[in-house]
Design a protein around this ligand. Structure first.
Ligand SMILES: Cc1cc2nc3c(=O)[nH]c(=O)nc-3n(C[C@H](O)[C@H](O)[C@H](O)COP(=O)(O)OP(=O)(O)OC[C@H]3O[C@@H](n4cnc5c(N)ncnc54)[C@H](O)[C@@H]3O)c2cc1C
Length: 397
């Protein structure tokens, strides 16, 4: 069975999957290739990590979705143009996991701010800790873990199952705080995202769903890496981490303001495809594309990741110019200098929104229709959210 599956992925293998070029054109190309060649086998193969040379069993679209280069909507539409909803259900569910995590965090923004506060303290405590240094340098005695560290730094991407194993080994075998692992991911992942990452790490640790943690095991890693690693000695019986904190749900409606036309529009790094956004037909005075350097970030990003972001922002600028839309790239520090009326595409909970709040920059925000429609269902677990997926998908048209 596995041999057959491997033949399928190898046959469809195309090294375009692991190349993340900083343009919308390459995102579209990746999406089309995946839908044409690999989507049909997604639910069967998605859990296998065959290695960076053989990635076509998953879409590798997350670096683009995170930056809004392509939206969940475009991806779902494209997949439905190939297969029916029922044949596509698993893929659509995965795409909307991201939307769910986003909404979950929007309703409990203190989970993010508490994470940063804890991180600041732990960082200090661990700065000279040899176990921590060995982990981020890929010098532990766990071979698979070391090779994933290398892969993360080289490719700025890890397979979902590998992220789960990585986080589990970090927390339960290396006994390091999840907060530092989440920081290491955000610093290096091209798709680094406050919601999916923080909540993904919390989930593995057992503090997201209290008392339920994810324990990586040798047999599971062997099976789903197709026996690429041997002799994996892990703590397979650690108890979940405990957090005393509980979070109540904030009351938010995510409605758009009435008066929008004629204002200046700010676009942050999460919405870099204005021409396919819900707001394309609104006449804005000028569009400002906001770049955010490390000096304003609590988590300092790798040079490669900053470069990737900067390419994506420049690519958006080019596309706007080609559509004769007046636009300019400015640093986040320069927002205060814009004297005319401004409105922003909602940056979502994370470093950009933090900057606005810390600097007391009060803006009206525009929310995507998808978020407005989905986030109301993020008050409970994903199992509950799943019930609304057909409704959410049908509302996209
Ligand atoms: C500890 C940990 C940290 C993570 N950190 C991030 C992060 O910073 N940014 C990020 O985008 N994802 C994160 N994820 C989720 C997931 O691993 C990636 O979205 C996925 O691996 C991206 O690869 P892909 O595009 O090939 O996914 P595919 O399998 O092709 O899925 C398609 C899309 O669905 C969404 N998706 C799939 N699985 C998940 C998931 N488990 N959670 C949320 N969305 C999902 C993604 O947008 C993805 O691009 C994390 C998961 C874990 C366990």
């Amino acid at each position: 069975m596995l041999k057959d599956l491997l033949t399928i992925t190898k046959k469809n293998y195309d090294n375009k999957y692991m190349k993340f070029q900083g343009s919308k054109a390459s995102a579209i190309e990746k999406l089309e290739l995946f839908v044409e060649k690999n989507l049909s086998e997604y639910s069967k193969l998605r859990n296998f990590d065959f290695g960076p040379e053989n990635r076509s069993n998953v879409s590798c679209l997350s670096p683009y979705i995170t930056h809004g280069i392509i939206s969940e909507q475009e991806i779902i539409r494209k997949s439905l143009s190939k297969f029916s909803f029922s044949k596509n259900e698993k893929f659509i569910q995965e795409v909307l996991w991201r939307t769910y995590w986003k909404g979950w965090l929007e309703l409990r923004p203190n989970v993010w701010s508490d994470y940063l506060i804890e991180l600041n303290k732990i960082r200090e405590d661990y700065k000279d800790n040899q176990n921590y240094i060995n982990a981020i340098e890929g010098k532990t005695n766990i071979e698979c873990f070391n090779s994933w560290v290398k892969e993360l730094k080289e490719n700025n991407y890890l397979h979902n199952h590998t992220r789960m194993w990585f986080a589990s080994i970090w927390i339960f075998t290396l006994e390091l705080p999840w907060q530092l692992g989440a920081e290491f991911f955000i610093q290096n992942l091209y798709d680094g995202d406050a919601a999916s990452n923080t909540l993904g790490w919390r989930w593995v640790a057992g503090v997201q769903t209290q008392g339920k943690h994810y324990l990586a095991t040798e047999w599971n890693i062997k099976k789903f890496t197709n026996n690429r690693y041997n002799n994996i000695k892990l703590n397979e019986s650690a108890p979940p981490k405990i957090s005393e904190k509980t979070y109540s749900i904030a009351k938010k409606d995510f409605n758009n303001p009435q008066k929008i036309e004629g204002k200046n529009l700010l676009i942050f790094e999460n919405n870099l495809s204005f021409e396919t956004s819900d707001f394309l037909n609104i006449k804005f005075k000028k569009i400002y594309l906001i770049s955010n350097k490390n000096e304003n970030r609590c988590i300092k990003l790798s040079e490669k990741l900053l470069k990737f972001k900067s390419l994506l922002i420049s690519d958006q600028k080019e596309r706007l110019k080609n559509n004769s839309i007046d636009c300019e790239i400015i640093d986040i520090n320069e927002i205060q200098n814009i004297n005319e009326e401004i409105i922003g595409l909602y940056p979502t909970v994370g470093e950009n929104l933090d900057y606005l709040n810390i600097n007391n920059i009060k803006l009206d925000f525009l929310y995507r229709k998808l978020d407005h429609c989905s986030w109301q269902y993020c008050n409970k677990g994903f199992f509950n959210f799943k019930k609304y997926i057909p409704k959410i998908v049908s509302s996209l048209d």
